[in-house]
Design a protein around this ligand. Structure first.
Ligand SMILES: Cc1cc2nc3c(=O)[nH]c(=O)nc-3n(C[C@H](O)[C@H](O)[C@H](O)COP(=O)(O)OP(=O)(O)OC[C@H]3O[C@@H](n4cnc5c(N)ncnc54)[C@H](O)[C@@H]3O)c2cc1C
Length: 403
């Protein structure tokens, strides 16, 4: 019976442990927190967006493009749903291919995994932080302050640095570097963005529906649409998370919000001129009344260099057009992000060129495997990152247990 140590009891580690145990391996999971699946239990705002039916290699990013393809082929979104169905967890597909547990509770995803691990005879060591992995004989010595253990094979599934409060850490990178691997520069994705546009502070607390684009020196880098939240430091909300990777990909990016996406610039200009004509006694602060929230309207007027107290009567076509343009493309120069503590996913990680994509085994150190976010693979927003954890965890568990 092959002995396998899995370092990290998150999504990828639990999947790897289950797959290896189902193939007859003796598996021990080391988890530094006091329970497994801590981060998993808060995913998707507590609902756990556990996969996306559209997941394919194009939804994943990293230095070596296409690395995720074999794992996704071996264990794709349909396999994820079937796997959880087999554990007694029903799932539902919502808009844009996003899949959630029918229970709507991330905790139930963690529970079925935990019970399955127990049933499969996997040894779960919670509160055990692995401080090093040393080659010993034909296998590995797992170093831990309680003494550690010897294992023939090791699967590193320590996750990335994102979501520190829920276990995000750099420890996994250090463990793999200790065995000769290298790490790409680390950053954040699916994260709130900082901007020095003073409009952010004035609009703090407001949520708006917007079409969002990211550009740099005239080049369009990404787009999304949906809810945007204004905060005192910048921008947040699902539509901002979606484009955050592109917004942070180079200096000098600008995020533009179309705050009236159902109406074109021409029509909006007309509407404002009509309002000026029909209700000239109002002020410029009321020009957006009925199209965007009042506070947003007033901030747009100030951003155009106009006084909200000015009379609306006699609004010129030029000014109306300027205001319409601004509402259709309110620009926020991006100055950074809110850091790994707030990010959902890490950009970068251990170089995938140092691993075989069809087994997750190290090219540098036979018997060593890695899976999940510790590797330089990050997915788009919408269940893609957990799918990577399941796919790569499956492949690592399967390959590591092969005699
Ligand atoms: C708030 C939030 C919401 C998210 N929502 C979604 C979502 O809805 N859908 C989606 O697809 N993705 C989501 N993600 C991303 C997703 O959770 C991660 O990509 C995924 O959990 C990565 O799985 P993993 O197993 O590689 O790492 P993790 O789940 O982070 O697990 C790694 C585990 O290893 C342990 N560990 C680390 N170092 C050691 C050590 N030295 N010794 C022992 N144990 C160690 C950690 O404590 C941790 O439990 C979200 C992330 C966050 C932070």
């Amino acid at each position: 019976m092959i002995t396998i140590a899995v370092i990290g009891g998150g999504a990828a580690g639990m999947m790897a442990a289950l797959e290896a145990a189902s193939r007859g391996a003796a598996v021990t999971v080391f988890e530094r927190q006091n329970r497994v699946g801590r981060k998993l239990s808060v995913t998707g705002n507590g609902r756990c967006n556990l996969t996306n039916m559209n997941a394919g290699a194009a939804s994943y990013h990293g230095e070596a493009g296409g690395f995720a393809a074999p794992a996704l082929k071996a264990f794709g979104p349909a396999d994820t749903r079937a796997f959880f169905r087999n554990l007694g967890l029903l799932t539902v597909e919502e808009r844009n291919g996003r899949v959630y547990p029918l229970s709507d509770t991330a905790g139930s995803v963690v529970d079925v995994l935990r019970y399955a691990l127990e049933a499969a005879g996997v040894k779960l060591l919670t509160g055990y932080e692995v401080s090093g992995i040393r080659k010993q004989g034909g296998g590995f010595r797992i170093l831990e302050k309680e003494g550690g253990m010897y294992a023939e094979r090791v699967i590193v599934a320590c996750g990335g640095m994102a979501g520190e409060r829920f276990g995000g850490t750099v420890l996994g990178y250090r463990l793999l570097e200790g065995l000769g691997h290298t790490c790409t520069p680390l950053g954040c994705s699916l994260v709130q963005l900082r901007s020095d546009n003073p409009g952010c502070r004035s609009l703090k607390g407001i949520r708006a529906d917007a079409a969002v684009t990211v550009s740099c020196c005239g080049e369009l880098l990404a787009s999304s649409a949906g809810e945007v939240q204004f905060t005192d430091y910048g921008l947040s909300g699902p539509a901002v998370f979606e484009i955050s990777r592109a917004a942070l990909s180079r200096p000098g990016t600008v995020v533009s919000l179309d705050l009236v996406r159902s109406v074109g610039e021409e029509e909006l200009t007309e509407m404002m001129l009509q309002r000026s004509e029909n209700t000239p006694q109002l002020t410029l602060g009321d020009v957006f009344l009925g199209t965007v929230q009042n506070r947003i309207g007033r901030v747009l007027v100030s951003a155009a260099g106009l006084k909200t107290s000015e009379s609306l009567g006699g609004l010129s076509e030029r000014t109306a057009r300027r205001l319409a343009k601004l509402a259709k493309s309110f620009a926020f120069p991006i100055t950074g992000d809110m850091g790994p503590a707030n990010a959902q996913v890490t950009v970068g990680g251990i170089r995938t060129s140092e691993f075989f994509p069809d087994t997750m085994e190290s090219r540098l150190c036979p018997g060593l495997y890695a899976c999940g976010e510790v590797l330089d693979v990050d997915g788009d927003c919408g269940g893609y990152n957990l799918q990577w954890a399941w796919s790569s965890g499956f492949l690592a568990g399967k390959s590591a247990s092969e005699v």
